[in-house]
Design a protein around this ligand. Structure first.
Ligand code: PMP
Length: 399
């Protein structure tokens, strides 16, 4: 019999399945709020002007396409360090951050996970409950046992912070804690500054390992503001991991532009850590691709393009906030009794809408409004043309 006769069909990606159903739906009013991407007010995936301008510069340079170094474009890695830690920050100036270009935020997480697994094979990983669904799979595939810490409190429509802290305070030393640095996916609820202080203190006291996933820097309150968690961990004096991504902030989803940065005790340690990260990369895909990293490096290192990017990013951030406010106001205007104002307290692309699974199923089947059955909707897929229909539909299912 064939080599593969016993291979089982793996479960389908639930979100991709939803998208397929959406594509097949003939309802002309259909709206896809299940996605994890930012669409503009015309419902289109934007190609940022700063990206177009960077690409024009790159085209004019007619650069050959040699292999990149294993850790990527040096100017890219340097720009990521500045963005994540601050250009004049002590960790950057002292050279104690090891940064590698990675295949999106996912790639950054996986390179970090593979390195961590070699470092401490018996460590457990804790992810938030709920979390981005790939966290569990990714750390499991890297060989870890993955468990959760409490995060979302459905009754309170907020964070179960006591539960989270208790989980950290009872985790064994060496446990890897995956934290959403900003714009928590899927709930939209971020920790306050005071809560971050407590998390950082617990990580330090319990000798845990923080792994910050910062996939949405600039989508919450601003580039610097969204880096608050990173700053707090730096101030604690602890070593930690941070994966970052330009998928959303530069709308470069398909180019796979991300990074992993590891804050080390000193420059010598950073050099040794970097050498190990390079082995992980070398044995997986050898070195990263040129195009996306070059776009990001060009934008971040060219003052006019950097300024243009910051304006465009602010535009995306502001539009999402406007959609949150509009959603709440329109639901109220349609006579919905339930208070949805919590949606404006959430940040980033997503909202845990508080709608039940049955309501989400009705939205999809009766109205062609597609969201995740957990109640997660992508606020960044709402626009001035579809929001009335979406709010009308929600009003009908909650009535
Ligand atoms: N982490 C989180 C929390 C995410 O939501 C995502 C993307 N949706 C990623 C990581 C991965 O991002 P990328 O597409 O850059 O790999």
């Amino acid at each position: 019999s064939s080599l593969f006769h016993a291979v089982e069909m793996a479960p389908r990606d639930p979100i991709l399945g939803l998208t397929e159903q959406y594509v097949a739906d003939t309802n002309p009013k259909k709206v896809n709020l299940g996605v994890g991407v930012y669409y503009d007010d015309n419902g289109k995936l934007p190609l940022l002007e700063c990206v177009q301008k960077a690409e024009e510069k790159m085209m004019a340079a007619h650069a050959a396409r040699g292999y990149l170094p294993i850790d990527g474009i040096a100017a890219y890695d340097a720009a990521v360090k500045s963005l994540v830690f601050g250009a004049d920050s002590e960790p950057v100036k002292s050279g104690r951050v090891a940064t590698v270009q990675a295949l999106g935020g996912t790639g950054g997480l996986r390179v970090g996970a593979d390195f961590l697994r070699k470092l401490n094979p018996s460590a457990k990983v804790l992810i938030s409950d709920p979390s981005w669904e790939n966290h569990r799979a990714l750390f499991t595939q890297a060989g870890f046992t993955v468990e959760t810490y409490p995060y979302y409190d459905a009754a309170k429509k907020g964070i179960n912070f006591d539960g989270m802290l208790t989980a950290l305070n009872t985790a064994p030393a060496g446990t890897v804690i995956v934290l959403h640095a900003c714009c928590h996916n899927p709930t939209g609820y971020d920790l306050t500054a005071a809560q971050w202080d407590q998390v950082v203190a617990a990580v330090k006291a319990r000798k845990l390992v923080a792994f910050l996933d910062m996939a949405y820097q600039g989508f919450g309150q601003g580039i610097a503001e969204d880096g608050l968690a990173v700053q707090k961990f730096v101030a604690s004096g602890e070593d930690f991991f941070v994966s970052t991504s330009f998928s959303k902030s530069l709308s470069l989803y398909g180019e796979r532009v991300g990074a992993l940065s590891v804050l080390c005790a000193d420059k010598d340690e950073a050099a040794r850590v970097l050498s190990q990260l390079k082995i992980v990369i070398r044995t997986n895909y050898s070195n990263p691709p040129t195009h996306g990293g070059q776009i990001a490096a060009t934008i971040l290192n060219t003052p006019e393009l950097r300024a243009l990017w910051e304006r465009e990013l602010a535009g995306m951030r502001t539009r999402i906030k406007e959609m949150r406010t509009a959603l709440v106001e329109k639901l109220k205007a349609k006579g919905v009794q339930r208070d949805f104002s919590f949606i404006t307290q959430q940040v980033g692309m997503f909202s845990y809408s508080g709608l039940t699974k049955d309501q989400m199923v009705r939205l999809r089947n009766e109205f062609g409004v597609y969201g995740i059955e957990s109640g997660r909707i992508c606020v960044a897929a709402l626009n001035t043309k579809n929001i009335d229909y979406v709010t009308e539909s929600i009003a009908k299912v909650v009535a």
